[in-house]
Design a protein around this ligand. Sequence first.
Ligand SMILES: [Fe+2]
Ligand SMILES: [Fe+2]
Length: 283
Amino acid sequence: MSVRDASEQSAMEKVENFVKGRYQPGKSESEFRVYDAHAKPGVAEFYRLNHENQTLDYVLRKEEQYFGLKRGKKTVWEAADYLNTLVDDSDPDTDLSQLEHLLQTAEAIRRDGHPRWMILVGFLHDLGKCLCLYGEPQWGVVGDTFPVGCAWSEKVVFPEFFAKNPDARAPHYQTKWGIYDPGCGLENVHMSFGHDGYIAEVVKKHLRDEALYMLRFHSFYAWHKHGAYEHLQNDKDRAMLPWVQKFSSYDLYSKGHTKPNVAELKPFYDELFAEFLPEKLDW
Ligand SMILES: [Fe+2]
Ligand SMILES: [Fe+2]
């Protein structure tokens, strides 16, 4: 099993901790900026690479490479075990494994009495991070996402790093709507490539729109947290937005101190997967 080296794995953890810190409840827009300015060098470097390399052309190539789902079949548990080989070098007693984060998110949703399909989203939402194990760079897997092929919003984290993206010199990508029509709907927009879009593709034949929006757009903070890209939204996006926001709070704040007991929870999740999904999914 391919496991990435420890220094690279902790880059992912650093970025995720940064995102969680950035979106603590009650922070104002100006506080986001102050927080970003104090980001650890590793985090800023991560977003520099992300913003410089996520061009429309790059995204189209990655969609072509992965959205055909030709990497074989796996059950949800197999996918989760596979993702769990992405281990971190930090203290194993205080940090959650990938599987534990998925279970904790799902369990928090379950505890609050939300529908079963939303509990399932909690479990599935980060499984697309297996892209790292396929050899994709971390900047192409995690972190905030944003539309490509049109002008970047100032509300995307570290907007200054877009200056060196080659699309900055393509005037037809730099208008407000770029290659899109006004109000075309976010489902028709190419998002920067990452784990969100990939997992949504894996399950899109099986889950309702609300679930797919939560999966596809959970890292699109500029939209669901800052209200940017309104000009690309359609009525469906506006109807789905509250669901994405509801999900986001569980993703960000469900970290607790008790580790979920996988063996104890397994029967519930076996039944949940069987209710909505075929035994094996195409990845
Ligand atoms: Fe995620
Ligand atoms: Fe997550």
